[in-house]
Design a protein around this ligand. Structure first.
Ligand SMILES: Cc1cc2nc3c(=O)[nH]c(=O)nc-3n(C[C@H](O)[C@H](O)[C@H](O)COP(=O)(O)OP(=O)(O)OC[C@H]3O[C@@H](n4cnc5c(N)ncnc54)[C@H](O)[C@@H]3O)c2cc1C
Ligand code: SF4
Length: 552
């Protein structure tokens, strides 16, 4: 297993259950609840940039077409995620290359059900001040009927009870760890210091390890090649790794395995497969690698309400959502009190045409605002109190739009190849979401804010990067088949977000988990495996036809 996020943890747990010996290689560190940084000012314990001595669990990668936020830890993105787990609308199964490769609408509900049970999904009953504020704005702006409490993987106290109570495993009939109920501190994104967020190290991965999976933290996989004698991997694979946290590449290790699961996230799996295809280790990986990378058509908008009477950081990280039109979904995100560093990425909201004109418009607006309301404008740039006074509106659309990733030498670093983004630019902001944010700000007495990289570099930000190893009916159309098996190799799977073939319009982790559950359901128990499992190149099914997946 390469990576221990949603796809990796599901695969580890299910394979151990089926009697396989499982090793999980994870580049990030293992975190206990007492290790999480109290605020985002503890940059070295929040950010992941080991070459700079930063050994946290959150990373930002900058590309010309998108800024990608992602997690890096034992438990993958679940350590930093907000815990929002939503099902996408049915229409996403008719979009993109996975349309027609399985009977999604009848198959997926059972896997969503299992994923939700394992992740402890409940309807949120903790409404914080930011949620109430959004409800009031939605009512005033005519979309109040779309307001809903999110489904979340957070262990919530019973109605009327305070949070913070420890209880023996409430989820797995005593098999799981002790837990505590949520205290509504708003800190989910900085790692839950109370043990209330159902991150993967407390469910799937916990159970996998308990039953024999071996997790190797701080272990970065750098090589995978078929063992000699069978170029298709039917004899097994050699896996090479390095210690990920050292200054120099050290602690080189070599493992062998019969099968392999790539679950290193969309970016991680693409990066590794590009490297392995290029250096001749896995030359048969589809040419579609890196195509159809999606950002959930996402845009982040800030809202700062100086001297707000309520502490907007309280509640859970994402407690509710609304739809401002059929396609545009907005969730209010918060950071815990004191985690004010995100302020440095925000600036007063600016629309206009992307590019130089938008930068000029931004400078003009900023100047006018400084001249007209100098104190109010300067106050927006004071980090102190930002989290208590701010909401980030996470705006998503289930609309078509993608970029491509390639493996190239960037002009500024011609010595080695990197993942670089190419293709049509995706819109940096959603005009109707900007209009909503402006009116919301007027109603709440605050100021709407854009993300600075969006304006300066015309680059949207996303925490939900998916695709790049998309699922399709043939090697000509994608990298994996309907059962997540890599075209061209035996006993090789991809189970992370890179297989997702459409913008979901909602946070993707529940879908990644459900797809991984589905993929693992096809694998027979260890005692019955013939070690010859390979992708089926089905060609384009005739219109309306569906493929019935084989059972284990
Ligand atoms: C701040 C934030 C909040 C979020 N909130 C939500 C939310 O509320 N709901 C939601 O649905 N989604 C949320 N997401 C997105 C969610 O975290 C991702 O969609 C999800 O984690 C992707 O799962 P995955 O299985 O593809 O990979 P990941 O969970 O990203 O796991 C991949 C793992 O592989 C490891 N890895 C990478 N390369 C290698 C290598 N070469 N060797 C070894 N290990 C490697 C990485 O360190 C990582 O731990 C959020 C993301 C962020 C950044
Ligand atoms: S709000 Fe606080 S206690 Fe509740 S899950 Fe999030 S971090 Fe944990």
């Amino acid at each position: 297993m390469i990576g221990s996020g949603f796809g990796g943890s599901v695969a580890a747990h299910r394979l151990v259950e089926k009697g396989y010996r499982v090793a999980v290689m994870e580049m990030g560190l293992r975190w206990g609840r007492e290790d999480f940084p109290p605020t985002s000012w503890s940059i070295h314990r929040w950010f992941w940039r080991p070459r700079l001595g930063l050994h946290g669990f959150f990373n930002m990668r900058f590309f010309r077409r998108a800024t990608v936020f992602h997690g890096c830890a034992v438990g993958g993105g679940s350590i930093t995620y907000a815990g929002t787990l939503l099902r996408p609308p049915d229409k996403v199964w008719d979009m993109g290359s996975w349309a027609g490769v399985a009977d999604w609408k009848s198959e997926m509900p059972q896997h969503y059900h299992t994923a939700s049970r394992m992740l402890g999904v409940v309807e949120n009953c903790i409404m914080g001040p930011a949620d109430h504020l959004l409800k009031r704005a939605a009512d005033a702006l005519g979309v109040g009927h779309t307001f809903y409490p999110t489904h979340v993987s957070i262990f919530q106290p019973a109605a009327g009870e305070p949070g913070g109570n420890s209880v023996a495993d409430p989820y797995f009939a005593g098999e799981g760890p002790e837990r505590a109920t949520c205290v509504a501190c708003g800190g989910c994104i900085m790692g839950c210091r109370y043990g209330a967020k159902n991150s993967l190290d407390l469910n799937y991965l916990y159970l996998a390890e308990k039953h024999g999976a071996q997790v190797f933290p701080e272990t970065k996989v750098v090589g995978v090649r078929p063992l000699p004698g069978a170029g298709d991997g039917s004899a097994g694979y050699e896996v090479r790794s390095l210690r990920s946290t050292g200054w120099l590449p050290r602690n080189r290790r070599r493992f062998t395995s019969r099968g392999i699961v790539f679950a290193a996230s969309a970016l991680g799996t693409m990066e590794l497969l590009f490297k392995l295809k290029e250096n001749g280790s896995l030359p048969a990986v589809s040419e579609q690698l890196g195509k159809y990378v999606r950002t959930n058509s996402e845009s982040l908008i800030g809202l700062r309400i100086p001297r707000c009477a309520d502490d907007l950081s309280k509640g859970i990280a994402i407690g509710c959502g609304i739809y401002i039109d059929e396609n545009t979904h907005i969730e209010p995100v918060r950071y815990p009190s004191g985690s004010d560093t995100m302020m440095f990425l925000t600036t007063p909201l600016t629309g206009g045409r992307p590019g130089r004109m938008r930068i000029l418009l931004w400078l003009k607006n900023l100047l006018v605002s400084l001249l007209q309301h100098p104190l109010r404008t300067l106050r927006l740039f004071m980090p102190c109190g930002w989290a208590r006074e701010s909401i980030i509106l996470l705006c998503m659309q289930a609309a078509e739009g993608h970029i491509d990733m390639r493996w190239e030498r960037p002009w500024f670093w011609p010595w080695s190849k990197w993942l670089v983004s190419r293709g049509e630019r995706i819109p940096t902001f959603i005009p109707q979401a900007n209009r909503f944010a402006e009116r919301f700000a007027q109603l709440a007495g605050g100021t709407a804010m854009s993300m600075l990289p969006e304006i300066l570099f015309n680059v949207p930000g996303t925490a939900h990067c998916v695709g790049g190893c998309i699922m399709a009916d043939s090697r000509a159309g994608g990298v994996v088949d309907y059962a997540n098996r890599v075209f061209g190799y035996k006993n090789m799977y991809v189970t992370d977000g890179s297989v997702v073939a459409a913008n979901l319009g909602v946070n993707p982790s529940l879908t990644i988990t459900a797809l991984a559950e589905r993929a693992m359901s096809f694998i027979p128990p260890a005692t019955r495996t013939a070690w010859d499992d390979q992708a089926e190149d089905l060609g384009k099914p005739s219109s309306g036809a569906t493929v019935t997946a084989r059972s284990g």
